[in-house]
Write a protein that binds this ligand. Structure first.
Ligand SMILES: Cc1ncc(COP(=O)(O)O)c(C=O)c1O
Length: 409
């Protein structure tokens, strides 16, 4: 069977993207479980029955394909380029994290594991893993920073209703970075009985691969939808996606990566943090140095001693000091452009999009919409901007209410 073409395969040089980013910086005890998972995944991704099973659940459980729509009112209001959205928030559970969670549960079943653990920041990765675990009969534990538990209540409630045990993480910044660390620590001692799902394209190489392979479904759908809408791939196209760990962007871009960058520009939008603060969660935009985080080499926010630096963002899903090694590579080779949007501009974008259109993006994709709103007026009408609306605002209703005085979809 023909192997799916993925950025992860094209640039994986012995676990390092461009020979420089990624790797497997893992404790000795994880070597065997990671090797076993690598062998199993390589086998499964080339197995016709497994692909059929994946496609069955993507269609009948997740609800693929998700809609691709023209944002007529927003485009008219802003002027310039036409703005479209790939509404991934219409996927079961409300975000792209369901693709990775479903695939991890399918793999866990194949390996005979009865338990699965995962990390979460915005709560979507945790909610989706709890949903998929329930569907496939696995017992589920989710590690979540105590700060995020307070700010993402609707997703916390959903995880509990799905029967997952939530382990509050009270170390460090009590956000995603600490949740991933604690989850990995737990897995070191429990890997015989338990599978681990890393919630983004971060961590040791195999987790980056599984996650990007899963979310690439988004661009497989999108390329067909674009051809159907325009009759061909437009000459001036920009694909705009928020980046935390980077999984939705890699899924959104995968099929387009080999196009000329003058035809298809890939724009990654990081969290710029509060407008008048030095704190942010934007390692690429701010030229952070290379460090090792969660088993992989990447650009990472750090202090002079190489200790992981403090981050700040209104959006729990983007509030992470590192970034997928694949994005580091795409930045280095200048295939993608990275920029940052402040908390305030993301809120404004949320307000505008949800008042003019029938979609209501969460604070993560609101960063991407803010960038689209910023650049559209400077571009001519024949430019097409597509934003990945990869999450629904419902999970952010408390934060939005507090900041804007009210919440309406
Ligand atoms: C809706 C949404 N978008 C984006 C992200 C950022 O993660 P990633 O960059 O892996 O897509 C998250 C993370 O939780 C999220 O929930």
């Amino acid at each position: 069977m023909k192997k799916s073409k993925l950025i992860i395969d094209k640039h994986d040089k012995n676990f390092f993207y461009g020979g420089k980013f990624g790797g497997n910086f893992i404790p000795e005890t994880l070597k065997k479980p990671i090797d076993d998972l690598t062998v199993l995944f390589e086998k499964l991704r080339n197995n016709r029955n497994f692909i059929e099973q994946r496609d069955y659940y993507f269609k009948n459980y997740i609800g693929s394909p998700t809609p691709f729509i023209y944002l007529r009112n927003l485009s008219k209001f802003i002027g310039g380029a036409k703005i479209y959205a790939k509404v991934v928030s219409e996927a079961n559970g409300g975000a792209h994290k369901i693709y990775n969670a479903t695939v991890h549960c399918l793999i866990a079943k194949k390996s005979g594991k009865k338990y699965i653990v995962g990390d979460t920041g915005a709560g979507y990765a945790g909610k989706m893993l709890s949903m998929a675990a329930k569907k496939f009969g696995l017992k589920c534990k989710i590690f979540m920073g105590a700060k995020d538990i307070k700010r993402q209540k609707p997703n916390v409630k959903a995880m509990r209703e799905n029967g997952a045990e939530i382990i509050p993480v009270t170390t460090g910044s009590q956000t995603l970075v600490d949740a991933v660390s604690e989850c990995m620590r737990y897995w070191v001692s429990n890997c015989d009985s338990t599978a681990m799902c890393v919630g983004s394209t971060v961590g040791p190489n195999i987790f980056i691969k599984i996650c990007a392979w899963s979310t690439s479904q988004i661009s497989r759908e999108l390329i067909l939808q674009i051809k159907s809408e325009f009759g061909k791939i437009p000459k001036k196209l920009k694909l705009i996606n928020c980046v935390g760990g980077g999984s939705s962007a890699l899924g959104f871009w995968n099929e387009f990566i080999n196009y000329d960058k003058n035809q298809i520009e890939l724009i990654g939008v990081e969290a710029g943090g509060p407008r008048n603060s030095k704190l942010h969660a934007a390692p690429l935009t701010n030229n952070s140095k290379i460090g090792i985080l969660h088993g992989a080499k990447q650009y990472v926010i750090q202090d002079k001693e190489g200790q992981i630096g403090k981050t700040e963002s209104i959006s729990a899903g983007l509030d992470y000091p590192g970034i997928s090694p694949i994005h580091c590579y795409l930045k280095d080779i200048k295939r993608a452009r990275y920029t940052a949007i402040s908390d305030e501009d993301a809120l404004e974008a949320f307000k505008l999009v949800s008042s003019l259109e029938k979609i209501s993006p969460s604070l993560e994709p609101s960063h991407a919409f803010a960038e689209a709103i910023k650049i559209a007026p400077k571009l001519k009408k024949d430019n097409i901007l597509i934003v990945n609306s990869c999450g629904d605002s419902l999970k952010d209703k408390d934060i939005i209410k507090k900041r804007l005085g009210h919440y309406s979809r």
